[in-house]
Design a protein around this ligand. Structure first.
Ligand code: G3H
Ligand code: 13P
Ligand code: ZN
Length: 332
């Protein structure tokens, strides 16, 4: 099976009422862990890479890891997605590498930090839609703004999505999936007090728009992982995330894509710290990257079950980008 457009994976998830995790990658072990989890649970999967990840892996390496994932797992629908693309140029780059989906985060200017306005967001999103759809590539956009700053992504100031603006944005841009801000944020420190999400906003948006909804900043920051990080020499006091029950409620209310990066980072870090603390004599990277990969796979496996993705890999005949290209052309 080749890589499939993300639109198909999300449309199918929406039809059946389950969520699909989109897991961030930077290296081989992360890609392998995601695919091991997808195989173990028979789940469709979205692998996503940020611009930072693409630069870190020198672009070509990530391209071939993604192709390897598809070649090794012909029975699993995989979408390869650009996370937080910041310009038309970034979308073009990802599409040239073979990505089947791109996000254009027009809620921020090209620097990934400065809040933009509605007109800027519409303009840049429309340009990416026009370009990507020619290739059958899915486009995710964002309206509203997440709080928090994660390695250069985010302005620090949150702005919960206005449902009417969300509707206008979908009509104005004709994008395929919409990320909304309902109180989550990137990183490992999401809430100071109550872990409230604006479910009322989600409910209103769901009623007004007819495309898949995306939740960024959706890591749960499991206390057990934080305890292990801290036990073996880390320092992450007060780390908090979105409880799984909240995510499951959001899925029931119509969220289809759930973005997870931080939890994967925590799983890898906790395990590497454990190996180093318990076996200070180890110096072969396989001795710590291998266990870290296994720990990450287990974490993602449990998320696939909790999000309801498990068991859905074989539900549908995968579409090609060419099929999707024809679909977009027929809508013009
Ligand atoms: O939303 C941001 C993701 O967690 C990616 O982070 O830009 O550090 O790769 P990154
Ligand atoms: P977390 O930091 O909660 O994992 O969110 C990741 C994300 O939204 C990637 O786009
Ligand atoms: Zn994000």
């Amino acid at each position: 099976m080749s890589l499939v457009p993300m639109k198909q994976i999300l449309d199918e998830a929406r039809k059946k009422g389950y969520g699909v995790g989109a897991y961030n990658v930077n290296n081989m072990e992360q890609v392998q862990a995601i695919m091991a989890a997808a195989q173990a649970t028979k789940s469709p999967v979205i692998i996503q890479a940020s611009m930072g990840a693409l630069k870190y892996s020198n672009f070509t390496y990530l391209k071939h890891l993604m192709l390897a994932a598809a070649e090794e797992n012909p029975d699993i629908p995989i979408a390869m997605h650009l996370d937080h693309g910041n310009s038309l140029e970034s979308a073009k780059k990802a599409i040239s590498l073979g990505f089947t989906s791109v996000m254009i985060d027009g809620s921020l200017k090209e620097d990934g930090k400065t809040p933009s306005d509605y007109e800027y967001n519409v303009e840049v999103t429309k340009s990416v839609v026009a370009y990507a759809h020619q290739f059958g590539v899915t486009v995710e956009g964002e309206i509203g703004r997440l709080g928090g700053i994660e390695d250069g992504v985010g302005s620090g100031s949150a702005h919960v999505t206005d449902p009417d603006e969300a509707k206008r944005f979908v009509d104005d841009t004709k994008l395929d999936a919409l990320a909304i801000a309902i109180g989550t944020s990137h990183g490992a420190y999401k809430f100071k007090g109550d872990k409230n999400l604006a479910f009322d906003v989600l409910e209103k948006v769901r009623k007004l728009i007819d495309i898949p909804i995306v939740l960024h900043g959706a890591s749960s920051v499991p206390q057990e992982l934080i305890d292990r990080v801290n036990k073996y020499g880390g320092k992450m006091p007060g780390a908090t995330g979105v409880p799984m029950a909240h995510l499951q409620k959001a899925i029931k209310m119509g969220v289809s894509k759930i973005n997870v990066d931080t939890d994967g980072r925590l799983a890898v870090t906790a395990e590497i710290r454990r190996v180093f603390a318990e076996s200070p004599d180890k110096f072969d990277p396989r001795d710590y990257l291998g266990p870290a990969r296994d720990t990450l796979a287990k974490l993602i496996e449990s998320k696939m079950k909790d999000f309801g993705t498990a068991g859905h890999a074989g539900d549908y005949k995968p579409m090609t980008l060419d099929d999707m290209k024809k679909f977009y052309a027929s809508k013009k």
